[in-house]
Design a protein around this ligand. Structure first.
Ligand code: UPG
Length: 471
């Protein structure tokens, strides 16, 4: 595992591809210059999914993976929120983590640092017992991190459900936000997910530092405010965007020929539609989106999953168990065969976004998808589904100007006419052009911050220096 004298870093994402993927990128960045050896510690309720295995199997040999035994969640109801499952999995993996550290200690190959996920603060107990420095890698953005850091105070000062707050919450440097747009996890304060999240965020102050996957051009005010020293606030390092790039993709699975299909489409003509690693739509919504796409007359690649009443139902397993094609409206494939490609469950997203034929991305605004689009200069249509995606949408639409928002009707359904409107607005309207220009500007910002003297590189360098000296 760890080689003598090379600092050893252990990193531990929470379950779910949206967290595993950026942690893999962090691991790759760490081993790039032979400065560190890295062990990825994988926890889960079950053995890893096909999607997780394909990412982990393609890691360079310099990154070791250790699979902890499945955490026992047999007492947790099947209706529990995904965040509850993720946080309990992390906490209940502590005994196995302790055992692993015990055996590494015997072999004198304990890590110098343990980097955990936004949901994994309980692992600090193990780290501290073994004199390993605890850090967080926050795979969402600086606005949401600021909210997490503020949550313990909010919990103390507000007694009602947050959705009843009439005044927008103003956290320094952040986009003002009303309670109904707070992340889903805090919308029901009696739910276990809220209690667990609050518990996690109360422990953030124990971290030696927090690495956040964002960059100054995107969130200058929030980052600046986070970097103001304050009691109980760990140092925050904006190191992003840390994303899979098409050249470094560890997860290239193109069984359905997306890339060769794109090769045959005109430059800048295709809209890519995907709801991340686990988002799903209801039957009615799936149908409206299908008809809207067909009626827009635009070219598209659409990654589909079998519909479900629960929007995050595929979160721990992105591959649909039933045939998603059977839910498409009758005649849809025939009607769109000249212009559209429909792909079940999983597509090589990064390559699609990097392809010159792609000109837009209709996304749930998961933070990895957002960053991957920006890195490739692809403008967004924001269709948030769950987790912190409404907060990301607010940032992208109201503050940054990198996305157009799609609007649901009073019944919560986005109608076909709205799909047509927003797709055309992005692909042919003035509004779409302005957003395209903004995203191109951000793409240039990415090159700057990741350059040798760039701010994200410098921030990352500061962390590495600390880790090399075991701080
Ligand atoms: N992906 C593919 N192919 C697909 C679908 C997804 O490669 O067909 C990849 C995609 O490139 C990205 C990742 O899967 O790297 C998806 O990540 P993200 O866009 O962040 O969505 P989620 O998987 O939903 O991520 C969860 C939360 C999201 C949060 C993110 C980081 O749902 O709200 O921002 O984790 O915390």
């Amino acid at each position: 595992m760890a080689e003598a004298n090379t600092p050893h870093i252990a990193i531990m994402p929470s379950p779910g591809m949206g967290h595993l993927i950026p942690f893999v990128e962090l691991a790759k960045r760490l081993v790039q210059h032979d400065c560190f050896t890295v062990t990825m510690i994988i926890s889960g309720e079950t053995s890893p999914s096909k999607a997780q295995r394909s990412v982990l199997n393609s890691l360079p040999s310099s990154i070791a993976s250790v699979f902890l035994p499945p955490a026992d969640l047999s007492d947790v109801p099947s209706t529990a929120r995904i965040e509850t499952r993720a946080m309990l999995t992390m906490t209940r993996s502590n005994p196995a983590l302790r055992e692993l550290f015990g055996s590494l200690s015997t072999k004198k190959s304990l890590p110098a640092v343990l980097v955990v996920d936004m949901f994994g603060a309980d692992a600090f107990d193990v780290a501290v017992d073994f004199h390993v420095s605890p850090y967080i890698f926050y795979a969402s953005n600086a606005n949401v991190l600021s909210f997490f850091l503020h949550l313990p105070k909010l919990d103390k000062t507000v007694s009602c459900e947050f959705r009843y707050l009439t005044e927008p919450l103003k956290i320094p440097g952040c986009v003002p936000i009303t309670g109904k747009d707070f992340l889903d996890t805090v919308q029901d304060r009696n739910d276990d997910a809220y209690k667990l999240l609050l518990h996690n965020t109360k422990r953030y102050k124990e971290a030696k530092g927090i690495l956040v996957n964002s960059f100054v051009d995107l969130e200058s005010n929030a980052i600046k405010a986070l970097q103001e020293p304050a009691p109980d606030k760990p140092t925050v390092y904006p190191i992003g965007p840390l994303v899979n790039t098409s050249s470094s993709n560890v997860n290239l699975e193109d069984k359905f020929g997306c890339l060769s299909w794109l090769d045959n489409q005109p430059f800048g003509s295709v809209l890519y539609i995907s709801f991340g690693s686990g988002g799903t739509l209801t039957c009615e919504q799936f149908n409206e989106l299908a008809i809207g796409l067909a009626e827009s007359g635009k070219r598209f690649i659409w990654v589909i999953r079998s519909p479900s009443e629960i929007v995050s139902s595929s979160y721990f397993n992105p591959h649909s168990e039933t045939d998603p094609f059977s839910f498409l409206p009758i005649g849809f494939l025939d009607r769109t065969k000249e212009k559209g490609l429909v792909v079940p469950s999983w597509a090589p997203q990064v390559q699609i976004l990097a392809h010159p034929s792609t000109c837009g991305f209709l996304t749930h605004c998961g933070w990895n998808s957002t960053l991957e689009s920006i890195v490739n200069g692809v403008p967004l249509i924001a269709w948030p589904l769950f987790a912190e995606q409404k907060m990301n949408t607010l940032l992208l639409v109201e503050d940054v100007g990198a996305a157009l928002r799609i609007h649901a009707g009073e019944d919560g359904i986005v109608r076909r006419e709205e799909v047509v409107r927003v797709v055309k607005a992005l692909m042919e309207g003035e509004e779409g052009k302005a957003i395209g220009n903004k995203v191109k500007e951000l793409k240039e910002g990415v090159v700057r911050v990741l350059g040798d003297d760039g701010l994200s590189s410098k921030s990352f360098g500061e962390v590495l220096l600390k880790w090399k000296t075991h701080q």
